[in-house]
Design a protein around this ligand. Structure first.
Ligand code: PA5
Length: 445
């Protein structure tokens, strides 16, 4: 079976493959820190062995998904950040692009709790009025404001719609084993629960029930996803031979490029299906590295869409960035461009070609053009989009972000900066305990 791989040939004008290989080899010592638990954040290393550790839970996750799929046509998955992005990234990468519009029988997975927008939730309630739905609410702390508000509103809606008892049968809570408001709510109301282990942070939790239950609900094969992740664990976790360890190579390449003065990394996918994979990747690297005044700023574009907007800047703006392109070799479906007798749109030179061939040439053309514009490019090759390769890709990135954090000498597993806005919001909203802070803030307005 092929694996996802990393191609560094388009970084060559900026840093040579030999330099990257040497730096990756040097960085392989960080694998020892991860495996021995001797580095910063060593109480958050549960993700390393998740591909094995989660196996005993897969049957229960699948059974719960089957139950919700049988009692409802839609599930609202409530969560934010690490309790949201992984599931959405997998589902969007592997599902029908227009699944909510499909006429054939299917189960819709809709997301909420990832914003505080009144219109978003009001619009969702309008849709849910006509749906037979379930709720999966995910929060490790059990106290995060955005999902807590969405859950309070939707729980009330569902209880009014089907009654408190029937609602309890179709609400699943994924949270801490003991603490937090969500744990208490689940116990009081008798909701089925799954546990988020203490030693796994949100952005590394896609292979726990946090990611796997929503993915199973959407009808995807979670066993294959975990199998793919396991194969990447085998390729990376204890592999100190830098040239055959893609996570080491990627971590080393992006840090050498940073040292050369490029502090923005743009993830570029050539299929809209990877849009949320970029969103997940941005959280993974942004929250893991962005601290102590350090870190590469992760940004993303969707190609070829954004070649008609951000393409100009990438080609020709300030030389502060580099790109990481995700190249998918084979699309899942086939569509060719038809021949037209009078060639009125002048496209007959493409007649008979598959769209993927045109897209692939757009990708090569973009790579050469951006390289000519002095943009270093790392390419990550994926054979095709399926559960196995998405599992590989996500474990690959998790491992690379941990190594990269250690290269930067930060703790890649905490996120102290996320608290600042929360404290201010609580103070401004007069949350009990924040009165003094509220007074001070209001004086500044
Ligand atoms: O990565 C993280 O830890 C954060 O993004 C959290 O996942 C996010 O803030 C949601 O937290 P919780 O699951 O406690 O509601």
């Amino acid at each position: 079976m092929e694996n996802i791989s990393i191609n560094l040939k388009n970084t060559g004008k900026f840093i040579s493959f030999e330099e990257i290989g040497a730096y990756a080899q040097l960085s392989s010592r960080h694998l020892d820190s991860l495996n021995s638990g001797s580095g910063p954040g060593n109480d958050f290393l549960g993700w390393l062995s998740l591909p094995d550790d989660i196996l005993p839970q897969l049957e229960k996750i699948e059974k719960t998904a089957k139950h919700l799929r049988s009692v409802s046509d839609t599930t609202v998955v409530i969560g934010i950040g690490g309790s949201y992005l992984g599931a959405r990234a997998v589902i969007e990468a592997l599902s029908h692009t227009f699944s909510p519009l499909l006429k054939t029988k299917h189960h819709d997975v809709i997301f909420a709790g990832q914003n505080i927008c009144e219109d978003y939730l009001s619009d969702l309630i309008e849709i849910l009025d006509g749906r037979n739905y379930s709720i999966v609410v995910i929060s490790k702390s059990g106290t995060t404001t955005e999902p807590a508000i969405a859950f309070r509103i939707l729980r009330d809606h569902l209880e009014k719609k089907v009654g408190k008892l029937a609602a309890a049968e179709r609400i699943i809570a994924i949270t801490d084993a003991k603490k937090g408001a969500l744990r208490s709510l689940a116990e009081t109301n008798g909701y089925e629960t799954f546990i988020i282990p203490d030693n796994i942070g949100g952005r590394y939790s896609v292979l726990t029930p946090v990611g796997l239950l929503p993915v199973a609900l959407s009808g995807l094969d979670i066993k294959m996803l975990v199998k793919g992740a396991k194969s990447m664990e085998d390729l990376t976790r204890r592999n100190k031979n830098a040239t055959s360890n893609p996570s080491l190579l990627y971590a080393a390449a992006r840090n050498l490029i940073l040292q050369g003065g490029r502090s923005i990394e743009i993830m570029a996918g050539f299929t809209p299906r990877l849009h949320f994979m970029s969103e997940w990747w941005k959280q993974l690297f942004g929250e893991s590295e962005g601290k102590d005044g350090k870190g590469i700023f992760p940004a993303s574009v969707d190609m070829t869409t954004d070649l008609h907007s951000m393409g100009q800047y990438i080609q020709d703006g300030q030389r502060i960035l580099f790109e990481t392109m995700i190249s998918v070799k084979s699309p899942g479906k086939k569509l060719t461009i038809p021949m037209e007798k009078d060639d009125s749109d002048e496209l007959n030179y493409l007649a008979g070609k598959r769209l993927s061939e045109v897209n692939h040439n757009a990708e090569i053309g973009t790579t050469i053009a951006h390289n000519d514009g002095n943009v270093p490019i790392i390419t990550i090759n994926i054979p095709t989009l399926n559960e196995y390769y998405i599992g590989q890709l996500m474990y690959f990135f998790e491992m690379a972000s941990a190594i990269s954090g250690y290269i930067l000498d930060v703790n890649p597993f905490d996120q102290p900066g996320v608290e600042a806005y929360k404290k201010n919001m609580f103070a401004l909203l007069n949350k009990p305990g924040f009165e003094e802070a509220g007074k001070k803030l209001k004086e500044r307005l």
